[in-house]
Design a protein around this ligand. Structure first.
Ligand SMILES: *Cc1c(COP(=O)(O)O)cnc(C)c1O
Length: 495
């Protein structure tokens, strides 16, 4: 069988043809020369793509298609004889470009390119990592990476943690540890009879609600505390909510702080929460999935003052720390808590449950097999230095602050609140005879279809706002100004 190789990475002319073994054989699946050739082409394809979105302002962020059209495209591709490089090229063209400076949508990192290469390495090596022998390097490096995070949180040497697949799973794991530590009975062995509950802000990420339900706490076991005017958990009413829960027969096991909340990027006052948790002997957990990365920034670390008092902290590397998803650190103030979470017999994997082996990371994680996550973070640290996280966060938070001032100065727009993080919520208000919520939703729809920017929307106090999470440090102030201009242009045409 012939496969057609590409003669130049700018030109898919397939002029050069080369005979290689039949691609239907098992040998061909593992043929290094084929891998090398295609690999070079893929890197070129990606590099060209990134160069283009970074330099050509006309390049769309996203070429939007309706789901049925997208499905049809790929059905046709699947039954065609398209080459794999064409497939990859089409995947690029049919995907949103995180590296585009006008991507300002969901909170997913614009990955450092070196971490993407570490991802390639780790996917090919595919060391399962849960067990030391299948992940020597990744387990040792995981220890280094998580120790660094523990140190930046401000924990002492009693702390340790691990990496796991996403903030959702990490929050669930932390709450499992909380239940193990604070439930009145041995829940892991006996289940629980008493009604258990957690206290959290009503602005918390929905995964906290899900985690509590998975734990069997039910509707009333997730106590949602109202927020104040800055969308931070309202400290004034915390006591009242706690007391009411007690009166209803709940045993409250944990208090969760948001650093920061997802919709508005508001940071809860962690020292207040730590005081409260201490007073009532609650597990204090900090969901820093999005904004916990500020521990690396001198300028912004104050937003998480008190974080070192938490029993557990979650920080997503794939949100604010430049790493491809999923990649989350879960750090415990006391190492022992992490080992207790899943303490049970699994002796075919590990010599003894009683030996606390950091290098068998599966002892502490939900996952059995897991990605070699650590090397993606390590690649960034080794290539760019730890300071790159600080530069990254400071740049994004500063851009958000500048953007909020630009919005404030423009009479056609309303800012929902002054941002603490890189999340800015605002809306167009020069609306006549139309519902301002649906008008803004229409603006967004038109903006997405234009391909010029990617932003999202959210509901704050029942009102719809346009929402930008500025994730790309190469986004410029001019891009933000041109976003407002574009919105005004759309508003004029659809009004
Ligand atoms: C994104 C996010 C999560 C969920 O994390 P995933 O990594 O997407 O699973 C949880 N909490 C907050 C505050 C978040 O921003």
């Amino acid at each position: 069988m012939l496969i057609h190789l590409v003669d130049s990475h700018h030109n898919f002319s397939y002029s050069m043809q080369k005979t290689i073994p039949d691609l239907g054989t098992l040998e061909s699946v593992y043929d290094p020369s084929n891998f090398r050739n295609i690999g070079h082409e893929i890197i070129d394809l990606l590099a060209d793509h990134i160069e283009k979105v970074q330099t050509d302002s006309e390049e769309p962020v996203l070429i939007y298609r309706e789901p049925k059209d997208e499905l049809l495209f790929w059905k046709q591709d699947f039954s065609s004889d398209s080459e794999i490089l064409d497939v990859f090229d089409n995947i690029l063209k049919h995907s949103i470009s995180m590296h585009h400076p006008k991507y300002m949508g969901h909170q997913v990192a614009v990955p450092a390119l070196i971490s993407g290469l570490a991802g390639l390495l780790s996917d090919v090596l595919n060391n399962g990592t849960g067990v030391y022998e299948v992940g020597m390097a990744s387990n040792a490096i995981e220890r280094i990476v998580t120790d660094l995070v523990a140190k930046r949180i401000g924990y002492n040497s009693e702390a340790s943690g691990f990496l796991t697949s996403g903030g959702t799973l990490a929050n669930l794991t932390a709450l499992l540890a909380a239940r193990k530590a604070k439930a009145p009975t041995a829940v892991w062995e006996e289940g629980h009879q008493e009604k258990l509950a957690v206290l959290v802000s009503e602005e918390a990420h929905y995964c906290i609600d899900r985690a509590a339900r998975i734990l069997g706490f039910g509707n009333d076991g997730i106590i949602k505390v109202p927020v104040d005017s800055e969308f931070k958990i309202n400290i004034e009413v915390l006591e009242e909510y706690y007391t009411t829960a007690k009166e209803k027969g709940f045993h409250v096991i944990a208090l969760i702080g948001c650093s920061c909340s997802t919709a508005t990027g508001s940071y809860d006052n962690l020292n207040h929460l730590a005081n409260f948790a201490e007073k009532y002997d609650l597990w204090f957990h900090v969901d820093g999935a999005h904004g916990g990365g500020v521990i690396f920034s001198k300028r912004n670390k104050h937003l998480v003052n008190g974080i070192e008092r938490a029993d557990s902290v979650v920080i997503d590397f794939h949100k604010m720390l430049m790493t491809p998803a999923l990649n989350t650190g879960l750090i415990f103030k006391k190492t022992e808590d992490a080992y207790q979470t899943f303490a049970q017999k699994a002796h075919y994997l590990w010599d003894s449950q009683d030996t606390r082996e950091w290098y068998n990371s599966g002892k502490r994680t939900f996952e059995c097999t897991k990605f070699m996550m650590s090397i993606k973070v390590y690649a960034i640290l080794k290539t760019h230095g730890e300071e790159i996280f600080e530069k990254h966060i400071d740049t994004l938070y500063n851009l958000a602050s500048i953007f909020s001032k630009v919005i404030d100065d423009n009479p056609n727009f309303e800012l929902a609140l002054r941002p603490e993080a890189n999340i800015v919520n605002f809306r167009y208000t020069k609306v006549k005879n139309k519902n301002v919520n649906s008008f803004n939703a229409d603006i967004r729809k038109n903006l997405i279809i234009s391909g010029k920017f990617y932003i999202v929307q959210t509901t704050i106090k029942k009102e719809l706002y346009l929402r930008t999470a500025i994730m790309n440090p190469l986004t410029k102030e001019e891009d933000l100004i041109s976003l407002l201009n574009e919105i005004e242009t759309i508003a004029e045409t659809i009004k």
